[in-house]
Design a protein around this ligand. Structure first.
Ligand code: NAD
Length: 300
């Protein structure tokens, strides 16, 4: 494979604006020598609990909403982004009242990247420097490959995958400036590993997120930004409801799952919160399957 040397901007990470650096040991305190030869602080030293703000897309419902709420509970200001502006604002208001942290609800179609700059500006103004991104906005767009057309393919890929990539690009300078301790989590799916005949675009988008995770971690790790994906199994949300309404689907999934139940959005949100926390400070470029054991026994 050819070695591609990306353009370098800086070898010195910007000082953290929100996360105080702590030195817990001599090893932690020693500056590391980067691959590029200059002395620099490693981004995985102990940083303490991150308190910077997080942008959560798809935050008006299901997994995104639960993740945003769990992050607010952990004391992090949150920008709730969603196509459904009313629901995003209501969820932001509810989290602010419950957890006493700054929040904002923003109506945005994440398939329109021209809106990102304004939404980032409005978010930082309302909730402060951004040190986290959760991309949970998603659509399933069921359609067999034999019926697939450009419009359906783009409708799914633009929201699930392209938005994640472009938003990562546009937020990267802010995440880097906010400091080591910044992190990104994409909500992928176990459909990244398995195929269903009616979900070709969805499966491709979710597998694409895992590739994006690995590539972005290489670029953003030296800037102090971790990138990971979460792959949920069957989660009881409005997205899955039409499937669950089909007779036998719910009981079939429950029986096949080693933990004998569907996931609730909270089950996924707790893992998202972990991946954005200092507990996961050396975790990057990977995915965590959160499916009650479904894929472990090839139950899907
Ligand atoms: N429910 C499951 O079983 C399951 C399993 C694996 C992965 N996922 C993934 O989890 C993520 C969240 O899904 P969910 O199950 O919570 O569904 P959901 O329908 O409850 O939530 C999805 C949210 O995304 C928003 N959204 C959709 N298109 C958007 C756009 N263009 N711009 C901005 N927001 C948009 C919706 O308004 C909604 O609030 C999705 O990426 C989904 O693919 C879900």
């Amino acid at each position: 494979m050819p070695t591609i040397k990306p353009k370098k901007t800086s070898t010195t990470p910007a000082p953290s604006r929100t996360v105080p650096r702590k030195r817990t040991s001599t090893a932690d305190a020693a500056p590391a020598r980067s691959r590029r030869g200059s002395a620099r602080r490693v981004p995985w030293e102990h940083l303490g609990h991150p308190t910077s703000a997080v942008v959560v897309t798809g935050a008006a419902s299901g997994i995104g909403r639960a993740s945003a709420s769990h992050l607010a509970e952990a004391g992090r200001p949150v920008a709730f982004w969603d196509l459904d502006e009313r629901a995003a604002k209501a969820a932001a208001k509810e989290a602010k009242a419950a957890w006493k942290v700054p929040t904002i609800g923003i109506g945005i179609d994440v398939s329109n990247s021209a809106r990102f700059a304004d939404a980032i500006k409005a978010s930082t103004k309302a909730v402060g420097p951004i040190g986290g991104l959760v991309h949970a906005a998603g659509v399933s767009g069921p359609m067999q490959i034999t019926d697939m057309d450009d419009a359906n393919w783009d409708a799914v890929l633009d929201v699930n995958l392209r938005a994640a990539a472009i938003l990562t690009k546009q937020l990267a300078p802010e995440l880097e400036h906010t400091g080591p301790g910044s992190a990104i989590v994409y909500i992928s799916s176990i459909e990244a590993f398995f195929g269903h005949d009616f979900l070709p675009a969805y499966s491709a988008s979710k597998a694409g997120l895992l590739g994006l995770t690995r590539s972005a971690c290489a670029t953003l790790g030296p800037k102090g930004i971790r990138v990971n994906s979460v792959c949920p199994g069957a989660v009881e949300t409005p997205m899955l409801q039409p499937m669950l309404d089909i007779e036998g689907v719910r009981s079939g999934l429950e029986t096949k799952t080693p933990l004998l139940r569907l996931a609730q959005p909270d089950d996924i949100a707790k893992v998202v919160r972990f991946l954005l926390s200092d507990e996961a400070r050396f975790v990057t470029g990977t995915q965590l399957i959160v499916d009650g054991g479904l894929t472990a026994i090839a139950g899907i």
